[in-house]
Design a protein around this ligand. Structure first.
Ligand code: PLP
Length: 401
C-alpha cells in the first residue's frame, strides 16, 4: 500500500519492493521449517537460504560461500572488525579507519580502543573524500586492518575504495568496507577490488529490515562474536531469519538487474535538485562531492539559516514530505552537529545546518517538482525570521562585550 508521503529519505531506509514482499510471503506463512532440519520442511527452508546466498553473492561477483548472513549491516561490521582483531589481542594491533564512518564501524573501533587496540582515524577533504596518501602515511608495521566506507551515509560522497584497498594490500593489510549505502546502487565487483570484507544491509536496497551480510573473502579468518549452534559456517550462530534472507536475496537480484537504468533516472532527478537548490537562487549549497556521489543523494547546507534545519524538516513533514536533517542523522542525537561535517572541516554552526534528500527507486520527477516548489516557499518564509534572529543574537553578543 503506497501512502501519500513523498519519501525522500532512502538513505535511512527504503520501502520494501513489492516483488520482495511477494517472495518472502511463503516463508512467513507455510514454509516454517528450520533450515538445519533434515525433513522436507527444513530442506525447503535450507534451499531458500542457499538460493538467497547465491543472489547476494552475484550482486558482488563473489562466491556463495563467501557470504555470511547477519541480522544487520551493523552486525556485519562488528563481526568483521571484532572477529578479526580480538584473537590478535593482547599483541600490538593497529586499525586505520576514517572520521566519517557510520557508528557501526566508529563505535566498534572505539570499543576495540578500550581494549588496547590503536586506532587512526583519517580526516576527510571538504567534499568528503578520504585521501589515499593519508592512508599510505598512516600504515604501520602493526596495522592489521583498514576499514573505510564505500559511500558516506550523510553527504553521499563515494570513496576511492579500489585505490584504498590496493594501498592496504600492498602493505599486507586486510581491507574492510562498509558498503551499506553503496550496495545495490553501485557496481561492486569483488573479483577486481582489493576488498577482504564488505558489509551490506537488506533494508537499504528495498529489502526487509533486520537482515545483513558480511562478504568474507576465502582464506580470511575470523572468530565469531555470537556463539551457539554453529550456523553460517560457525561465524554467526542462531536459526536463520529465513523470510528475511529470502527477501534480501530477491532484493539483491532486482538491484543487480535494475542498477544501470535506476542510476540514470536518479542522477537526472538529483541534478535537477542540485541545479535548483545550489545555483544561488536560495541560501542553500551542495555538501559533498559534486560528481563522486551516490545516485540520487543530495545533502545541502543552509547558509545563514543553520538553526532552521529542524524547522524546515518539520514543515516539510507537515506537508507529507520526508527528508532527513544531516546534522541530526538520527532521532537519538537530535541537536548534535554532524560528526561527518565536522570531519570535513565545517565549523559546529554550519555542521548543524544541513538537510539530506535521498531519492530512491520509487520517486518521480513530479515529486521532485512538488518538493522544490514547497521547499522554496518555506525557505523564503523562514529566511527573514532566521536573519532577524541572527541579528538579535549578534546584537546581544555586541551588548555583552
Ligand atoms: N553503515 C552505514 C553506512 C549505514 O548508512 C547504516 C544505516 O544507516 C548502517 C551501517 C547500519 O545498517 P543497519 O541498519 O542494517 O544496522
Amino acid at each position: 500500500m503506497k501512502d501519500a508521503t513523498i519519501y525522500f529519505d532512502n538513505a535511512a531506509t527504503t520501502p520494501m519492493d513489492r516483488r520482495v514482499a511477494r517472495a518472502m510471503r511463503p516463508f512467513l506463512d507455510g514454509i516454517y521449517g528450520n533450515p538445519s532440519s533434515l525433513y522436507r520442511q527444513g530442506r525447503l527452508a535450507r534451499q531458500a537460504v542457499e538460493k538467497a546466498r547465491g543472489q547476494v553473492a552475484a550482486l558482488l561477483q563473489a562466491a556463495s560461500d563467501e557470504i555470511i548472513f547477519t541480522a544487520s549491516g551493523t552486525e556485519a561490521s562488528n563481526l568483521a572488525l571484532t572477529g578479526l582483531v580480538e584473537p590478535m589481542a593482547p599483541g600490538p594491533v593497529h586499525i586505520v579507519t576514517s572520521r566519517i564512518e557510520h557508528p557501526a564501524v566508529m563505535a566498534t573501533c572505539a570499543a576495540q580502543e578500550q581494549r588496547g587496540v590503536s586506532i587512526t582515524r583519517l580526516p576527510a577533504s571538504p567534499d568528503g573524500l578520504i585521501y589515499p596518501a593519508d592512508l599510505a602515511a598512516a600504515l604501520r608495521p602493526t596495522t592489521k586492518l583498514v576499514s573505510i566506507m564505500a559511500a558516506n551515509n550523510i553527504v553521499g560522497t563515494l570513496q576511492p575504495i579500489a585505490e584504498l584497498g590496493r594501498i592496504a594490500h600492498s602493505a599486507g593489510v586486510l581491507f574492510h568496507t562498509d558498503a551499506v549505502q553503496a550496495g545495490g546502487k553501485l557496481p561492486l565487483d569483488l573479483k577486481s577490488l582489493s576488498v577482504d570484507m564488505l558489509s551490506l544491509s537488506a533494508h537499504k536496497l528495498y529489502g526487509p529490515k533486520g537482515v545483513g551480510a558480511l562478504y568474507l573473502r576465502k582464506g580470511t579468518n575470523l572468530l565469531p562474536i555470537i556463539h551457539g549452534g554453529g550456523q553460517e559456517r560457525g561465524l554467526r550462530s542462531a536459526t536463520e531469519n529465513v523470510a528475511g534472507i529470502v527477501g534480501f536475496g530477491c532484493a539483491a537480484e532486482i538491484a543487480r538487474a535494475s542498477m544501470a537504468e535506476e542510476t540514470v533516472k536518479l542522477v537526472a532527478l538529483q541534478d535537477r535538485l542540485i541545479e535548483c537548490l545550489c545555483s544561488g537562487q536560495l541560501p542553500t549549497y551542495l555538501i559533498g562531492h559534486r560528481y563522486k556521489r551516490l545516485p540520487g543523494h543530495v545533502c545541502i547546507g543552509l547558509a545563514g539559516m543553520e538553526g532552521e534545519a529542524m524547522h524546515l524538516l518539520l514543515e516539510l513533514d507537515a506537508h507529507g514530505i520526508a527528508v532527513s536533517s544531516g546534522s541530526a542523522c538520527s532521532s537519538h542525537h537530535v541537536d548534535a552537529p554532524s560528526e561527518t561535517l565536522l570531519a570535513m572541516g565545517f565549523d559546529p554552526v554550519r555542521a548543524r545546518g544541513s538537510l539530506r534528500i535521498a531519492l530512491g527507486r520509487f520517486n518521480t520527477a513530479d515529486e521532485v517538482e512538488k518538493f522544490l516548489e514547497l521547499f522554496t516557499k518555506i525557505v523564503r518564509k523562514l529566511r527573514p525570521i532566521s536573519s532577524r534572529s541572527q541579528e538579535t543574537t549578534k546584537c546581544r553578543e555586541k551588548r555583552k562585550k
